[in-house]
Design a protein around this ligand. Structure first.
Ligand SMILES: [Mn+2]
Length: 403
């Protein structure tokens, strides 16, 4: 199939890194795309250089300046702070894109595999094909990924109808454009599998609402489309949703590899960052005081130190980010914590204040070593205790575990 496949992204210049990342992920898995970037402020130079890469990768890039549309700034103020007015740009797709079918994607999305089937499937008379909002726990469908029956939208003047409905309901739409699109297409949408809009950004919500089953949905193979919904974004300095690393992989993926059509084993590449470490250590803390942590981290570059907390982290812990062999996990959720417990070889009981005996005991039950210092040890837990003054002894003990 060499037919051109129309894609629409929308965003402003402040979101340029995210737009680039979505485009790179698309070009990694497709040829013959025509990618339209709806915007009002992205410089021509950006399009010149980006188009060069996209063309070499076998697709096209189209700048769509949305000045004449009825896109209204007032729509933004009425809604969630994380919904930009550009979110409403998707209403105007029929005005700017000729193709009968269009794949619309938010720019907090990365694509991990080929989606030609979405361009080839039968849409019948449906206006859109979409996936459920947050795995069926939300209301209606999520509007961050839509396969548009653009022909029908145009025939039925949907742009105008959506504008009118938004004006009418503006103060009554908790989820912005998504609420409007759901009102409009109630009963006129085709439901796709969750993998086509896997809303990984919902992890925090899923944990808070007790939807444990969401964490049990297998992530291998990776979902086809990852959508980092909510305010927890992978490009935030820290955030607690899973699969942050997929976004970063595409952000840094070299265009030369995309252009060469490299077969990328994504799951293998993602593991690379944690490879080479001989041992993983875990500390769970709600205090920002960890005994001798800097001495341990610098003396043991072959070890990976996971520091997790149920809370946010203060500067004192955030500072440790500058060590490559430290991973911080603030506001950790129960399932990711369980994975860390399974992956870690040693528990370091070196935090001050509150202890988490249920977690430490799991190391005990798994016969994994638990090391502590004499000034922070936990009563009632069997652990190897070292003098905090002779902390080198703990370093030697950890080294004795390596190969
Ligand atoms: Mn989104």
């Amino acid at each position: 199939m060499n037919k051109t496949k129309a894609v629409v992204l929308a965003g402003d210049y402040g979101y340029i890194r995210q737009i680039e990342t979505t485009i790179k992920s698309l070009c990694s898995h497709h040829k013959n795309l025509k990618i339209h970037v709806f915007n009002q402020d992205i410089p021509q130079e950006w399009f010149y250089y980006m188009r060069h890469n996209v063309q070499k990768a076998g697709s096209e890039l189209q700048d769509v300046k949305l000045f004449n549309s009825q896109l209204k700034l007032k729509w933004e103020a009425a809604n969630f702070p994380h919904i930009n007015y550009m979110a409403y740009a998707r209403y105007f797709i029929p005005d700017y894109v000729e193709a009968d079918r269009v794949l619309y994607l938010d720019c907090d999305i990365v694509v991990t595999r080929n989606l030609d089937n979405l361009f080839e499937m039968d849409l019948d008379d449906y206006y859109v094909a979409t996936t459920r909002a947050t795995y069926g726990t939300g209301i209606g469908f999520n509007s961050g990924m839509m396969v548009l029956n653009n022909k029908r939208w145009r025939e039925d003047n949907m742009s105008q109808k959506l504008v009118e409905l938004t004006d009418r309901e503006l103060y009554n739409i908790p989820e912005g454009d998504q609420t409007i699109l759901n009102m409009m297409f109630e009963g006129k949408k085709l439901e796709l599998e969750d993998t086509y809009n896997f809303q990984i950004g919902f992890d925090m919500g899923a944990a808070l609402d007790g939807h444990d089953w969401i964490f049990e949905i297998p992530l291998s193979p990776l979902p086809a489309i990852l959508h980092y919904i909510s305010g927890q974004k992978p490009w935030n300095t820290v955030s607690n949703m899973r699969l942050r690393e997929v976004w970063w992989f595409y952000y840094f993926l070299d265009w030369s590899r995309i252009i060469a059509g490299d077969k990328i084993d994504l799951e293998k590449e993602l593991k690379r960052r944690n490879e080479g470490y001989q041992c993983q250590l875990l500390t769970l803390t709600n205090s920002d005081q960890l005994e001798r942590i800097e001495e341990l981290v610098t003396a043991l570059p072959e070890c990976l130190f996971h520091i997790a907390a149920y809370t946010l982290m203060s500067d004192r812990l955030l500072e440790l980010m500058s060590y490559e062999n430290v991973r911080l996990h603030p506001s950790i959720l129960p399932y990711p914590l369980n994975d860390l417990i399974k992956e870690s070889d040693i528990y370091l009981d070196i935090n001050y204040d509150q202890k988490f005996e249920n977690v430490v005991k799991q190391f005990q039950e798994l016969n994994k070593p638990i090391y502590s210092f004499d000034n922070v040890q936990t009563e009632g837990i069997q652990e190897e205790v070292f003098s905090h003054e002779n902390y080198q002894e703990m370093i030697e003990r950890i080294k004795s575990n390596l190969n």
